[in-house]
Design a protein around this ligand. Structure first.
Ligand code: ACM
Ligand code: ZN
Length: 752
C-alpha cells in the first residue's frame, strides 16, 4: 500500500469516528448477555435529554431510580412513537420490524441516546437492569460505551430461596435481597415461611400460629434445637422469633413484582410441621404437642386446616405457584395411627408413601380449583405425583429425570451444587455451617440439564434455584455472606447459554462485581488468599502433577519443595509442575513480597503400597469412594468426604496389604478426617501389625488419639507408626478402632 493511500485511510477513520471518543472496553456484565456489539465511541447522558415511554412500560420507569443520572431526566409518556422520539432515553415496546424474539430485549446506546425495546414486561425489566448494571460498572455513569445488546434468558425460572423459619429475617433485609436478585435477573423468590423452628406468616383464622408457634426459647437455632425445642407465648420474657403480618407480606409481594420477581410462599406439609402441631396438637396422630412433626392424614380436620391456611396464603400471594413442601416426612406415626390406617384402607392405599401422596394430590386439586399450581420437593414423587405438579429437585438427578419423563416440570436445586448453607471456603477457616464444601467454581460448573435426560424431555427443566437454609445464619449479614458471590454464579447458570459460559471469564468479570456488592453494602464472602492444591497422580509413571491456586483471580503464589518456608525469593508459581518423588511442598500467597496467607503444606508420597491390593477384614459402608483402589491409589482426599478419595467405615477399620514378597518397612501411616456434625471421628487407636505368612501377625506399635472429640471443626490427622529399625515383612495390617459408632474416614495407606 502506498504511503499516501495509507494516510488517507487514517484521515477517513478520524473523520468517521464519533466526537466523544474513548478507549473502548468490554463490559463485565453478569449474567453475560447473548450478544454484545460494541460501537466506537461513548454517549453522554445530558440534562437536555428526556425519558420517553408508552403506557405499557410507564410502571417500569421507577426502576431507573437506581441510575440517578437518568432518573432525574423529565419523563414523557407518549401515545405513539414518532419522529421526535428519536433521541433521549427511550423505553419502548418492540414492533414486528424490530425482529426481537419473544422474551428478549434489545439495548442500544448510540449517538441518539439509549433505546431499550422488548415485547414483554419481563424482558423489558431485564433490559432496564442491564442498563442499571452498566451504570454501576462504569466509573462515570454519565458517559456510556456505545453498543447493541441482544439478550434473552436460557431458563424461565431463575430462583433464590430464603429460610426465615430457622432464623427470622427483617423485611428490610428481604427487600435488599430482592433488590440484588433483580439486578442479577432472578425472577422467583422462594420464601420458606414455615418449619419446626417457627411459623412466620399471620393467618387470621389460626392466631396461635403467630402468637405462639412463631416464638421460641432461644434466639440461636442451634441452642434452641439442643435445649428442648420449645415454643413460648409472644411477649414472654425469653420469647425470640417473629412473623410477617399479611399487610407486610402483601407490600413485599408488590415490591418484588415491580422488579419482575414473583414470590412463591412455602407452607410445609405433611412434615416439618412441629410448630403447628405444638399449638394445634389435635392435628397430629398422637393428639399431643411436642410428639411429632407430621400432620395426621387420617384426620379430616388436617385438610380443613391446610385449606383454610392456603386460602389466606393465596389471597396474599398472587403467584401461580404455591409451594407445599412435602420433604422429609417421617411416616412412623401414620403406621401406628388408627385414623391414618383407616383412611389407607378406605382409599385402598398400599403404603404410607401413597398416604402422603393422597394428601398432596388432594391439596393439588384444591390449588388447581383456585387457579394455582403446586410445587413440592422431590419426595412428592413417592406414591405418585399429582397431575400438573412441578417438582423441586434437591436430592439426586434421578428424581428430576423421572419427573421430566412423566412430563412434569422440574426446578433444579441440587444440594450438591446449590445449597448455599454449605461451606464456600476451607471449613477450618469459616464460621460454623451445616457442612459440605461448595466453592464458587463448583457452583459455576453446574449445568441444570442432567446429562442423562432424554433430549425431548429437557424442556421440562425450567430452571435452577439456590437455597439458603438458615440454621447457621442467625443474622442477615451471615445470610449475605453465604449467598454472595455464589448467587452471581447461579445468575449466569440460569441466564447465559451453556456454550457461552466460561469459569475464567466469569471469574474475571466478577472482580468488578465485588465493587458493586460493596456499593450495595453486601457482606459478601471476600475471596481468600489461602493456597489450594490439586494433585493429579499418574499411576504408571508414578508422578504427581501439582496445580496451585487461591480464590483470588490472579494470585501470586510462591512455593518450595525442600521443606523450607516459601518467600518472594523463589520464582512465582505459573503453571502446574511435575514431581516424581516423595515431596513436601510448602506454598503461600503474597502481595509483592509480603506473605498474606498461611503456609499450606502439601505432602506427596510416592510410597511402597501404591497400586497394591487392599484386603478388607471389615467392609467400607456407603462411602465406597473408588472401592478397593481408594487407599493405595497414591492420591489424598480434599476438604469434602464426598470427593471419592475418602472411604467411610461405620465399624473399625481392619485391612491388610499383601506385597507378595518381603519388603523393607520403615513407616506405616494413614490420614483420617474428623467432622463431628455428620458423625465423622478420628480413631481412638491405630494399630500396625506385620507378618510373613498372613496368619501370625506381630503388633509393631499403636498410636492413641489425643484430640478432642467435641471440637466441631473439620480436622485432618495422620496416624503414623515409625520403626526405629526397618523390618522385612510381606504383610502389613492396620486396625483403627472406631470410638463412637460414627464414621471413620481415611484416604490412603502410606507405607515407606
Ligand atoms: C430439603 O432440603 N429438605 C428440601
Ligand atoms: Zn394419623
Amino acid at each position: 500500500m502506498s504511503a499516501m493511500r495509507y494516510s488517507l485511510l487514517i484521515l477517513l477513520a478520524v473523520i468517521l469516528s464519533p466526537t466523544i471518543s474513548a478507549q473502548q472496553h468490554a463490559l463485565n456484565l453478569i449474567p453475560k448477555p447473548n450478544k454484545v456489539v460494541y460501537g466506537e465511541g461513548t454517549t453522554q447522558i445530558s440534562s437536555s435529554m428526556s425519558i420517553f415511554t408508552t403506557t405499557e412500560y410507564e410502571d417500569l420507569i421507577p426502576l431507573l431510580a437506581d441510575f440517578s443520572e437518568i432518573a432525574q431526566l423529565p419523563l414523557k409518556v407518549i401515545k405513539k412513537v414518532g419522529k421526535k422520539h428519536q433521541n433521549g432515553i427511550r423505553i419502548l415496546p418492540a414492533i414486528q420490524q424490530d425482529n426481537i424474539p419473544e422474551g428478549a430485549y434489545r439495548l442500544q446506546i448510540d449517538e441518539s441516546g439509549i433505546l431499550i425495546k422488548a415485547g414483554e414486561t419481563q424482558a423489558m425489566i431485564a433490559g432496564i437492569y442491564t442498563l442499571i448494571q452498566i451504570g454501576l460498572l462504569e466509573k462515570d455513569p454519565s458517559i456510556l460505551p456505545q453498543l447493541t445488546i441482544d439478550d434473552s434468558p436460557r431458563f424461565t425460572y431463575r430462583g433464590l430461596h430464603l429460610d426465615v423459619s430457622r432464623h427470622y429475617m427483617p423485611i428490610s433485609f428481604i427487600k435488599k435481597y430482592i433488590d440484588i436478585m433483580a439486578l442479577y435477573k432472578f425472577n422467583y423468590f422462594h420464601w420458606h415461611l414455615t418449619d419446626a423452628a417457627g411459623w412466620r406468616l399471620e393467618i387470621k383464622q389460626y392466631p396461635e400460629l403467630t402468637s405462639k408457634a412463631a416464638w421460641r426459647t432461644h434466639t440461636n437455632w442451634k441452642e434452641w434445637w439442643a435445649n428442648g425445642r420449645m415454643y413460648v407465648d409472644q411477649g414472654s420474657p425469653n420469647a425470640s422469633g417473629g412473623y410477617y403480618t399479611q399487610k407486610q407480606a402483601r407490600e413485599l409481594v408488590s415490591y418484588a413484582a415491580a422488579k419482575g420477581i414473583t414470590i412463591i410462599p412455602e407452607i410445609e406439609m405433611p412434615g416439618h410441621a412441629e410448630e403447628v402441631l405444638a399449638v394445634y396438637p389435635e392435628l397430629s396422630c398422637t393428639g399431643k404437642p411436642y410428639t411429632q412433626g407430621e400432620f395426621c392424614i387420617g384426620n379430616p380436620e388436617t385438610f380443613t386446616f391446610l385449606k383454610n391456611v392456603l386460602t389466606e396464603v393465596m389471597d396474599i400471594f398472587p403467584s401461580s405457584y404455591i409451594h407445599i413442601g412435602g420433604d422429609e416426612a417421617n411416616k412412623q406415626h401414620w403406621e401406628k395411627c388408627p385414623k391414618c390406617q383407616a383412611l389407607k384402607q378406605e382409599k385402598d392405599l398400599k403404603t404410607e408413601g401413597e398416604l402422603q401422596s393422597y394428601l398432596i394430590k388432594d391439596i393439588s386439586s384444591f390449588l388447581q380449583d383456585n387457579g394455582r399450581k403446586l410445587i413440592g420437593w422431590d419426595e412428592i414423587l413417592e406414591g405418585g405425583l399429582p397431575e400438573g405438579a412441578t417438582v423441586m429437585n434437591w436430592r439426586s438427578e434421578k428424581e428430576a429425570i423421572d419427573a421430566a419423563n412423566m412430563e412434569h416440570d422440574v426446578i433444579m436445586t441440587p444440594a450438591e451444587y446449590l445449597y448455599f448453607d454449605s461451606y464456600q471456603s476451607d471449613p477450618r477457616t469459616q464460621p460454623e455451617g451445616i457442612g459440605g464444601f461448595l466453592p464458587l467454581d463448583k457452583v459455576y460448573s453446574y449445568n441444570p440439564i442432567p446429562s442423562e435426560i432424554p433430549e425431548d424431555k429437557a424442556v421440562h427443566i425450567i430452571g435452577a434455584q439456590a437455597n439458603l437454609w438458615s440454621e447457621y445464619t442467625p443474622v442477615y449479614q451471615q445470610v449475605e455472606y453465604m449467598v454472595f458471590p455464589r448467587a452471581l454464579a447461579l445468575s449466569e447458570i440460569n441466564w447465559t447459554k451453556q456454550e457461552d459460559r466460561n469459569w475464567k471469564d466469569f471469574h474475571q468479570r466478577l472482580q468488578e462485581h465485588y465493587k458493586i456488592l460493596q456499593k450495595l453494602e453486601v457482606n459478601y464472602h471476600r475471596p481468600s488468599y489461602d493456597v489450594h492444591s490439586t494433585v493429579i497422580f499418574d499411576k504408571e509413571a508414578k508422578t504427581n502433577t501439582v496445580s496451585l491456586s487461591s480464590e483470588q483471580n490472579a494470585p501470586l503464589i510462591y512455593y518450595t519443595t525442600d521443606g523450607t518456608k516459601p518467600s518472594a525469593h523463589e520464582t512465582p508459581y505459573t503453571n502446574p509442575f511435575l514431581l516424581s518423588s516423595t515431596s513436601t511442598i510448602k506454598a503461600a500467597s503474597f502481595i509483592d513480597s509480603i506473605r498474606v496467607s498461611p503456609i499450606e503444606t502439601i505432602q506427596l508420597d510416592i510410597h511402597k503400597a501404591i497400586n497394591k491390593k487392599v484386603y478388607y477384614n471389615t467392609p467400607w459402608e456407603v462411602y465406597a469412594a473408588q472401592n478397593e483402589l481408594t487407599l493405595t491409589n497414591g492420591e489424598y482426599g480434599g476438604l469434602s468426604f464426598k470427593d471419592l478419595q475418602w472411604q467411610g467405615f461405620t465399624g473399625s477399620f481392619d485391612a491388610y496389604i499383601d506385597f507378595e514378597r518381603r519388603e523393607e518397612i520403615k513407616s506405616v501411616g494413614m490420614r483420617f478426617m474428623q467432622l463431628p456434625g455428620p458423625g465423622i471421628f478420628f480413631p481412638d487407636k491405630f494399630h500396625v501389625y506385620i507378618s510373613d505368612n498372613g496368619k501370625n501377625y506381630r503388633e509393631i506399635d499403636v498410636v492413641k488419639n489425643e484430640d478432642d472429640y467435641n471440637n466441631p471443626k473439620l480436622q485432618f490427622k495422620t496416624f503414623q507408626v515409625n520403626l526405629a529399625k526397618p523390618q522385612m515383612a510381606r504383610y502389613v495390617k492396620v486396625i483403627a478402632t472406631n470410638p463412637k459408632g460414627g464414621y471413620l474416614f481415611t484416604d490412603e495407606i502410606v507405607i515407606h
